[in-house]
Ligand binder design. Structure first.
Ligand code: PLP
Length: 431
């Protein structure tokens, strides 16, 4: 692996330039301009170390894991399981508490499925925690990505449970005074960082309220794990979901963390090969977690590449990445707020942020803003970012989002801010 050979000091400009050299795509041009990639919240770029890890695996070890009796299969299995251990250590979990999924969306659906009363009667007393009846409650928030909303809507529809949504105030901050967690609450599913506001959720009071009533907690860590040190035990959550492609890894791979006792009580989400001990024509016995949840041929080279991505992040140092992005995030928010005619979503929220900000320019559609920026080689996300309820609450249908990563520079943020100013001048809109 070509890891960045940098010290423990906060990321300097030279560190970031060294990191950038590992990302071939950052050396490219778009529309005649050097690429300014400010869409890492949607998907991050991949360093050579990650591409190399996947290619090395495919060229030297490729074979089916947990199946073949031959040497390649045994070695591939070892590398695949080592990758699981890398994910586990990265978030403070144990190896057998990590389940490979295709993405975070699948991981959330897997957990939601366990509440469909398929768990009841399996796995001892913990299984009771998944019993969900009419009148029981599922709690989520108004700021969730659709991936952490719709599985719970579907679950409520299937079981007759009630979905409660912690509302946002006019600024976009969570109304913790209206937490809606009660004795009937069975699960609280909340994002760690909003993919629209970039604000870090004040988790402690939410987890404490859930604990008080014995509810489980699922953390959507898609926008936090890539950018902040994460320890699932310190946060005291029961489940956490990650998306590989947002943390320097490939698409097609995600991970679910679940507390060991809970995973042991949960039914398989998908059934088929690789997750059984014995099968008859009428019944099957399943392997323990995590294999119970990994039906069919696995995403082996992607898992290996995700482990390489995590090694890369760890070599740079998550606290340093977080510090770097806090600076960029503040620069984004302050710079946008200073532009006449721009409304930064969640600007009034006084909580720590990652390097992500969304904004609206009344009178200019976000697609036009995105197009104008793209003409200058600046890549941002436009639309509702899979968070329609949040946008609706803040009175907009869409926004433009800029999001940074460890390879982003202050100069890129400034180029983006210049681009936004020019967009507004071009369209002739003033507040
Ligand atoms: N949750 C959040 C906060 C996200 O930002 C995303 C992706 O944008 C997801 C969930 C879904 O991730 P995936 O599409 O990789 O399953």
């Amino acid at each position: 692996m070509s890891s960045p050979a940098i010290t423990d000091a906060p990321l300097t400009e030279a560190d970031v330039q060294r990191i950038r050299a590992d990302f071939p795509i950052l050396q490219t041009e778009v529309n005649g301009h050097p690429l300014v990639y400010l869409d890492s919240g949607a998907t991050s770029q991949r360093p050579l170390a990650v591409l190399d890890a996947e290619r090395d695996f495919v060229t030297t070890l490729n074979s089916a894991v947990h199946r073949g009796a031959h040497t390649l299969a045994a070695e591939a299995t070892e590398v695949f399981e080592d990758a699981r251990g890398t994910v586990a250590r990265f978030i403070g979990a144990d190896d057998d508490e990590i389940v490979w999924t295709s993405n975070a969306t699948e991981a959330i659906n897997l957990v939601a499925y366990a509440f469909s009363n398929a768990s009841v009667g399996r796995g001892g007393p913990e299984a009771e925690r998944f019993r969900l009846s009419e009148g029981d409650e599922i709690v989520t928030t108004e700021m969730e990505h659709h991936a952490n909303l719709m599985p719970w809507q579907e679950l409520a529809a299937r079981t007759g449970a009630t979905l409660r949504v912690i509302p946002l105030d006019d600024d976009g901050a969570l109304r913790l005074d209206e937490m809606q967690i009660s004795e009937r609450t069975k699960i609280v599913a909340v994002t760690h960082v909003s993919n629209v506001l970039g604000v870090i959720t004040p988790l402690a009071p939410i987890v404490a309220a859930a604990r008080e009533v014995g509810a489980l907690v699922l953390l959507d860590a898609c926008q936090s794990a890539p950018h902040l040190p994460l320890d699932v035990r310190a946060l005291d959550v029961d489940f956490a979901v990650l998306s590989g492609h947002k943390m320097l890894g490939p698409t097609g791979i995600g991970a679910l963390y679940g507390r060991r006792e809970l995973l042991a009580a949960m039914p398989p989400f998908l059934t088929g090969g690789s997750m059984i001990t014995t099968v008859t024509t009428t019944s099957a016995a399943y392997l323990p977690p995590p294999q119970r949840f990994e039906a069919g041929t696995q995403k082996v080279s992607q898992a290996v590449a995700l482990a390489a991505a995590i090694d890369y992040l760890s070599a740079v140092g998550m606290p340093r990445i977080a510090a770097h992005e806090a600076v960029l995030g503040q620069r984004l928010v302050d710079g946008l707020a200073a532009i006449d005619g721009v409304r930064v979503l969640g600007a009034g929220i006084e909580l720590p942020r990652v390097g992500l900000a969304s904004f609206d320019v009344p009178g200019i559609h976000s697609h036009d803003v995105g197009q104008f920026l793209d003409d200058r080689g600046i890549a941002v996300r436009v639309g509702h970012h899979c968070a329609q309820p949040l946008h609706r609450r803040l009175g907009v249908t869409a926004s433009t989002r800029a999001s940074t990563y460890l390879y982003s520079t202050e100069a890129e943020v400034d180029a983006f801010l210049d681009g936004v100013r020019s967009t507004i001048e071009f369209f002739g809109v003033r507040s």
